[in-house]
Design a binder for this molecule. Structure first.
Ligand code: SF4
Length: 685
């Protein structure tokens, strides 16, 4: 335990967006324990990932030297017994020279970059600057596209700001908490503990989710609606609130636009007409609508179950309309909170890892916005929005994108329809991957640059609450691995950029000059205080007006009623993908954490007990899951939280990569794929 440590360092958890503050206890060159600090987001709590998930940084598979693909080595799946067989070690100079030269050979329109929500704000900022000024296009994105892109699109459209309006901790002041499409007990466990405490104090918890979860036993209502019918359910609730005049008339009149059009639109969505579609009886829909509308204070929290749909933007539009009709924003215990998944997905988005927006969300096509960055960076910028994650893969397969620089992301595991994505990555003329392990994506690279784990660098990170916090270096990178910021800067220099940054603070100071959101937040203050909420220290936003042109929120009608793919005779099951408590994202870190992988090391598909019985499947039997796009084999696990016909698989297992099955169809507004709904069939393997 900590008593035997030689020193300790205050930092953060590397995993989810809750952003727990952690003290790491170190002996020699290894972390031996992690304890929770009294951060705003965690009050000394940590979940199993934060407490035990640090040992991946000293895993024997860490990349410790730059690698260059051997002459003639094919870009195909690598023998897992000898993963390095296609590569030879290289010096940093040689690897960086080859990495940059291969990109420089290609036309600027053939290049794209993927940055990381696991890196610091400074890394995200410098990476997008490299693409915009070094590549000369806006082809830069990151996993927010697969995460909350649709929530952010709807929030920007509706209230002019894509971040949360209130922190998770505000549930302590809420009378009603609506949790939809999220499973915090597994994915944001410390947030789940705040919700539990709120219920114990007297709050009513309403869970809207096709699947059951650990928080269900704390809920006054659990509406297990049919997967992908969020708009039907939420519009029916909105219908009730308008028809029964339960809305906040003063708030609607003073602070919103579009009410008349929304009211007309909602006439077609009565609870009676929507009940058969969403699978919830009209009486329950009415009861829940009334509960929310009559609450003195109410918060809505949501996750990927809302956003990862071909109607993801529509789904979030409904949630925003709910809050705006009932005036549930800008006060204690009220608000809209899309739960961010990765520890810096908020900050990476703020810092500009978005193809249509510069840092702080100004559109690349707006001359005044672009002009500010052109002046700051001393060069003209492309006014055309760049490609999003899935669009990049499609363009790569079409031969339009031919060179990519991927920093700390693993699209060969995280993208939908993986066979297609892997083929696109393998077909590139030149792929540079910067990571800490030889990930599934790195295996397809021409050059692999060994980077730093979270614990091996200093930088700022922004959690789901808009709280900017200081992540401090605990350990040195192993072998020749280097800090990501150093690698990005070296790549920049080799792409012809006149850069000289001597560390994260220099980058942060440049960001402060260009990003209004960082006003008042200085490196010194962060060092001293550990964390500061933006804007201007305000935890709860929009008590008076919204950052829209006219200061009012826009009520936007939503109409997407069914998912792109529905079960049929050939593919009768409906598969959702997601995470499990012990693992995080594509598993590159947690699957190399001894404790976590021992707790949960077997790829399973969760099946309802009724379907297990009907198909004669025993617990632990190997089954084959097939969609129109691919097939995997996994272990059958009975899960009473699922309805018959529904399946669930985590996407972190490389040996049964769930995304081989998923549907790449995109939400037309936010370009997020429908990872939550794929039609599949199931058979004994
Ligand atoms: Fe880390 Fe999230 Fe768990 Fe906190 S809740 S310890 S940030 S994974």
């Amino acid at each position: 335990g900590p008593v035997r440590a030689e020193r300790s360092v205050d930092s953060l958890c590397p995993y989810c967006g809750v952003g727990c503050q952690v003290t790491y206890h170190v002996r020699g060159d290894a972390i031996v324990a992690a304890t929770g600090r009294d951060g705003l987001a965690n009050h000394e709590r940590l979940c199993v990932k934060g407490r035990f998930g640090f040992d991946y940084s000293r895993h024997p598979q860490r990349l410790t030297t730059p690698l260059v693909r051997k002459e003639g080595a094919p870009k195909e799946p690598i023998d897992p017994a000898d993963p390095f067989s296609h590569f030879r070690p290289a010096t940093w100079d040689e690897a960086l020279d080859i990495a940059a030269a291969g990109l420089k050979r290609l036309p600027r329109t053939a290049l794209a970059g993927l940055g990381s929500a696991k890196g610091s704000n400074e890394e995200a900022y410098l990476f997008q600057k490299l693409v915009r000024t070094g590549f000369g296009s806006n082809n830069v994105d990151h996993c927010t596209r697969l995460c909350h892109a649709s929530s952010v699109a709807a929030l920007l459209e509706g209230i002019g700001s894509g971040a949360v309006t209130a922190p998770i901790a505000e549930v302590a002041n809420a009378e009603v908490i609506v949790l939809i499409g999220a499973n915090p007990s597994a994915n944001h466990p410390v947030a789940a503990s705040f919700i539990k405490n709120a219920v114990k104090r007297g709050a009513r918890l309403v869970i809207l989710d096709p699947r059951g979860q650990a928080l269900t036993r704390f809920a006054s209502h659990h509406l297990r609606f049919n997967n992908g019918t969020d708009v039907a359910l939420l519009n029916a609730m909105l219908h009730v609130i308008v028809a029964e005049e339960l809305y906040d008339k003063d708030f609607v009149a003073a602070r919103t636009t579009g009410f008349a059009e929304l009211a007309v639109h909602l006439q077609a969505y009565s609870p009676d007409s929507m009940a058969p579609l969403c699978g919830i009886d009209a009486g329950t829909i009415r009861a829940v609508a009334r509960l929310y509308a009559r609450a003195g204070s109410a918060m809505i929290l949501w996750g990927m179950g809302v956003s990862q749909h071909s109607h993801g933007t529509d789904n979030s539009r409904c949630l925003i309309a709910l809050a705006m009709l009932c005036g549930q924003v800008g006060r204690k215990g009220s608000g809209l909170h899309p739960l961010r998944g990765q520890n810096n997905v908020q900050g990476a988005s703020d810092s500009g890892l978005i193809p249509m927006m510069l840092p702080d969300y100004g559109r690349v096509g707006t001359p005044a916005v672009r002009g500010r960055f052109e002046a700051g960076w001393g060069q003209d910028l492309d006014p055309a929005p760049g490609l999003t994650v899935v669009e990049m893969m499609n363009a790569a397969q079409a031969g339009i994108i031919r060179g990519m620089y991927v920093e700390g992301e693993n699209p060969a595991m995280s993208d939908p329809d993986l066979a297609h994505a892997r083929e696109a990555l393998a077909g590139l003329d030149h792929l540079v991957v910067q990571d800490i392990f030889l990930t599934e994506t790195a295996m397809l690279a021409d050059v692999v640059l060994p980077a730093s784990a979270f614990f091996e660098k200093t930088g700022t990170f922004t959690n789901t609450d808009r709280h900017v916090q200081m992540g401090r270096q605990v350990l040195d990178p192993p072998g020749k691995a280097r800090p990501d910021l150093w690698i990005i800067a070296e790549m920049g220099k080799r792409l012809g950029l006149a850069w000289s940054y001597d560390g994260p603070r220099a980058v942060f100071d440049e960001m402060r000059g260009l990003m209004d959101s960082l006003a008042g937040i200085t490196w010194e203050r962060l060092e001293k205080e550990g964390g500061i909420t933006y804007p201007a220290g305000k935890a709860i936003l929009f008590d008076e007006s919204f950052p829209t042109g006219d200061g009012k929120a826009r009520l936007v009608p939503a109409s997407g009623l069914v998912p792109a793919e529905s079960p049929d005779a050939e593919y009768p099951f409906l598969l959702s993908t997601g995470r499990v408590l012990e693992h995080w994202h594509t598993g590159s870190m947690t699957r190399r954490s001894d404790v976590l992988d021992r707790l949960q090391g077997v790829p399973a598909v969760n099946i309802s007990p009724a379907d297990m019985a009907r198909l004669g499947l025993a617990e632990g039997a190997m089954v084959r899951i097939e969609s129109r796009r691919g097939r995997v084999e996994a272990v059958a696990a009975a899960d009473s939280r699922l309805s018959p016909g529904a399946l669930f698989m985590p996407f972190c297992f490389t040996e049964a990569a769930a995304n081989l099955l998923t549907n790449p169809v995109l939400d037309p507004v936010a370009k997020i794929p429908e990872l939550k709904v794929s039609a599949v069939r199931l058979s004994p393997a």
